[in-house]
Design a protein around this ligand. Structure first.
Ligand code: CA
Length: 229
């Protein structure tokens, strides 16, 4: 549920906004004083700020400016005077929208929803794409930790996945069992290089068409293993 903070000193307006937003499923908190409002906005985990311009303690211009130094959530500014709108934009405070009093509460709810949706898309697009390794029918999604062979997903244990991914990321490089053991298993692990052999066998059973003639992980006799590119 999205949380909204309303900083507004006119109680009747603040209550009206709160009622409408709560009816639409939002969680709403009110603050009437400017300075306290800024403090609360900065300390609370809010998704959107509705900010009146004329407030006791600190005005909306100053709150917006200071809040924007660290926070990115949408801010809708509320003003009693149309002239203030030019000032809001002119000062480049980073407000996302404004409304002049009196406004229709349902219009306000619509704008709140639109800004939250836009912000979600913006945040969502900041996640980097999954890191994928694809080699001859073998697909490893490093981010999701999933593996497919010719489109069919295979289940891997953590260590099997780590070992396969490490080898696939360093193709054509021959690693000794000792090197692989120290790379994939931490020092506290109980086990030895035979663990590596067992894991390679299990990985091959999952990804190789013919485990006797592996096309991905080759055995280099007397040395170790190599991922064939
Ligand atoms: Ca006011």
């Amino acid at each position: 549920m999205s949380r909204i903070l309303i900083i507004e000193d006119e109680v009747s307006i603040a209550e009206l906004e709160k009622d409408y937003l709560e009816l639409s499923g939002f969680e709403v908190e009110l603050e009437a004083d400017g300075e306290k409002g800024l403090e609360r906005a900065l300390s609370g985990d809010f998704d959107l700020l509705i900010l009146d311009l004329m407030l006791p303690g600190m005005d909306g211009f100053e709150i917006c400016r200071r809040f924007r130094e660290t926070e990115n959530i949408p801010i809708i500014m509320i003003s009693a005077k149309k002239e203030d709108i030019d000032k809001i934009w002119g000062l480049g405070l980073g407000a996302d929208d404004y409304m002049t009093k009196p406004f229709s509460p349902s219009e306000m709810v619509a704008r709140v929803k639109a800004h939250l949706a836009r912000y979600d898309r913006l945040i969502g697009s900041n996640y980097p794409e999954n890191e994928i390794i694809e080699i001859r029918g073998l697909k490893i999604d490093k981010t999701a930790r999933r593996v497919w062979i010719n489109g069919e997903e295979k289940n891997f244990t953590t260590k099997e996945f780590d070992l396969l991914t490490f080898l696939a990321q360093n193709p054509n490089h021959v690693f000794t069992k000792e090197e692989l053991f120290s790379k994939i298993w931490d020092m506290e692990s109980i086990g030895d290089i035979a663990t590596v052999t067992v894991h390679i066998k299990k990985i091959r059973e999952k990804i190789e068409f013919n485990t006797a003639k592996p096309q991905y992980i080759e055995t280099i006799w007397g040395v170790g293993y190599r991922f064939k590119m």
